[in-house]
Ligand binder design. Structure first.
Ligand code: AMP
Length: 427
C-alpha cells in the first residue's frame, strides 16, 4: 500500500515525499482512514511505530479543509504528551508534514520561560502540542482556551499515568467540548488507562499494532562493555572491519557527534555529522553523501535522526547508550529496514549500565555481550601522539562570571517561587 491510496490531500502527500516516506506503517494505514472519517480511536501502539504521523496527518487534513470564521486563529486541535522531549518531536512532525499548508502549530512545555510560548499563542494557533503542567498554567493565566477543540489526541497515555499526570489529563478533558473527536494512544493498556479511555472516548474503533521491539527482532544486537575513554579506540577498531561499509553512529549530544567526527577524520575515516545545530542544507548534504557512499560514517543525534530513512543500512553503533529506552529501539530500527538484515553494536560504560538494563526490560530480552574486543573495562590505553586521550570534547575552564554563577534551574529559566511578605501587611 502507498500513501496515495489513503485519500490524503496533495500538500500533505508532497510533504511525506519530502520526508522520504512512501509506504504507510501499519498504525498509519489503520488509523488515517478512520480518523479522516471523524471517529474516535483507541490505539495500542508504541513509539517507533510511526504513530505521530498516524494522528498528525488526519489532523492536518481535517483542519486545512474546514472553513474557519473570524480572523484570529482558534486552537482547533490539542495533542497532549507526557514529556518535553516528545512535545518537541511531535511539534517537529506537525511542522514537517504540514509544511505545504497554512496551518500554525506550536508547542508548550514546562522547564523554560513561558514568554516565547505565550507570544506564539497570542499570534494565533490552530494546533497546540502541550505537556499537562504548562498547559494548565497557561489556561489559568488566560492564554489558552480549549473551547474550540475539534480533535483531541492523548499520546502515550500509559506514560502519563506513570508520571503521575492522570488527574491533570482528566482536568484537561473536562475543559474540552463534548462534541469533539478523540484519538487515544497508549503503548500498554493497564486497567487505569482502559478506564480513562472508556470515560473519554465515544464508540472508539480499536487498533493495535505490534510493538517495535518485535519489529527489530530481525536485527542482531550486541553490547560491548568499554570504559568511556576507550570508546573512540573501540570505534576505530570496529571500523577496521571492511564489511562495515556504511555505519550510522549515535551520540547523545551535538558536541559529542562533532567530537566523534573529528576523531574519525584524524584516523582518515570519511565521516560527517547530522544534528540540530547544523543548517538543514548541511544536514541534507551529509545525508546524501552518506547514502551515496561518499562518506562511510554518519554520526547523528537522536532528534536529527528522525526521518532518516536509509535503504540497505546494515550497521548502527550506539556510541552512547540512550537514556530513553524507546530511543534505542528507534536507533537500531534505522538498520535492517524493510525486513533487511541489520546489526547494532552498543558501547556501554559503567555509568550507562542502568540505562542498558531499562532498555533490556523494554525489549524483553538481554542483549548479548560481545566480549571479543581489545578494550574491555579496565584496559589502559596509552594516548596516541596528537590524539585526545578522552573522547570528550575539551571542556572550557569554568568561568567566574554571572552566567556561570547561575544555578542550573536559573539557566533553564525555571523560576522558583520565593514567598515574600507584603510590605503593606507588615505595617
Ligand atoms: P514515531 O513512532 O511517530 O515516533 O515514528 C518513528 C519514526 O519513524 C520516526 O523517525 C519517523 O520519522 C519515522 N516514520 C514515520 N512514518 C514513516 C513512514 N511511513 N515511512 C518511513 N518512516 C516513517
Amino acid at each position: 500500500m502507498k500513501f496515495d491510496s489513503l485519500h490524503i490531500a496533495d500538500p500533505i502527500l508532497r510533504a511525506l515525499k519530502d520526508e522520504g516516506y512512501v509506504t504507510p506503517t501499519p498504525i498509519q494505514a489503520q488509523t488515517i482512514p478512520i480518523a479522516l472519517n471523524g471517529k474516535d480511536i483507541l490505539a495500542t501502539a508504541q513509539t517507533g511505530t510511526g504513530k505521530t504521523a498516524a494522528f498528525a496527518i488526519p489532523i492536518l487534513q481535517v483542519l486545512s479543509e474546514a472553513k474557519t470564521t473570524g480572523n484570529k486563529r482558534k486552537i482547533r486541535s490539542l495533542v497532549l504528551v507526557p514529556t518535553r522531549e516528545l512535545c518537541v518531536q511531535v511539534g517537529d512532525s506537525f511542522k514537517a508534514y504540514g509544511r505545504h499548508l497554512h496551518l500554525v502549530s506550536t508547542v508548550i512545555f514546562g522547564g523554560v520561560r513561558q514568554g516565547a510560548q505565550t507570544r506564539a499563542l497570542q499570534k494565533g494557533v490552530d494546533i497546540l502540542i502541550a505537556t499537562p503542567g504548562r498547559l494548565h498554567d497557561l489556561i489559568d493565566q488566560g492564554f489558552v482556551s480549549l473551547k474550540d477543540i475539534e480533535i483531541f489526541v492523548l499520546d502515550e497515555a500509559d506514560r502519563m499515568l506513570d508520571m503521575g499526570f492522570i488527574n491533570d489529563v482528566r482536568k484537561v478533558v473536562k475543559a474540552l467540548p463534548d462534541d469533539r473527536q478523540t484519538l487515544f494512544f497508549s503503548a500498554t493498556m493497564p486497567p487505569d488507562i482502559s478506564r480513562l479511555a472508556h470515560d473519554i472516548l465515544f464508540k472508539p474503533e480499536k487498533i493495535s499494532v505490534s510493538p517495535p521491539s518485535s519489529t527489530v527482532e530481525t536485527i542482531e544486537q550486541y553490547v560491548l562493555h568499554v570504559d568511556r575513554n576507550n570508546k573512540s579506540a573501540l570505534l576505530l577498531h570496529m571500523l577496521d572491519r571492511k564489511e562495515l561499509k556504511s555505519v550510522l553512529v549515535f551520540t547523545r549530544t551535538k558536541r559529542g557527534a562533532d567530537a566523534v567526527v573529528r576523531i574519525l577524520e584524524r584516523a582518515h575515516v570519511r565521516a560527517d555529522s547530522i544534528h540540530g545545530n547544523k543548517a538543514q542544507n548541511a544536514r541534507q548534504r551529509a545525508l546524501e553523501n552518506f547514502k551515496s557512499g561518499k562518506i562511510r560514517v554518519l554520526v547523528a543525534t537522536d532528534i536529527a535522526s528522525r526521518g532518516i530513512d536509509i535503504d540497505d543500512l546494515e550497521y548502527v553503533i550506539n556510541y552512547e547508550i540512550p537514556e530513553v529506552p524507546e530511543t534505542y529501539v528507534h536507533r537500531i530500527g534505522r538498520g535492517g529496514r524493510a525486513g533487511g538484515k541489520g546489526t547494532s553494536y552498543s558501547f556501554c560504560d559503567a555509568s550507562e549500565r542502568i540505562d542498558l538494563r531499562t532498555i533490556e526490560k523494554l525489549i524483553g530480552k538481554k542483549i548479548p555481550v560481545m566480549e571479543d574486543h581489545p578494550f574491555p573495562p579496565g584496559t589502559v590505553r596509552p594516548p596516541r601522539p596528537g590524539q585526545l586521550h578522552s573522547n570528550h570534547p575539551p571542556q572550557k575552564p569554568k568561568e567566574h562570571t554571572k552566567e556561570a554563577a547561575k544555578t542550573e534551574e536559573q539557566k533553564r529559566g525555571i523560576q522558583k517561587f520565593t514567598p515574600r511578605r507584603s510590605k503593606k501587611r507588615r505595617r
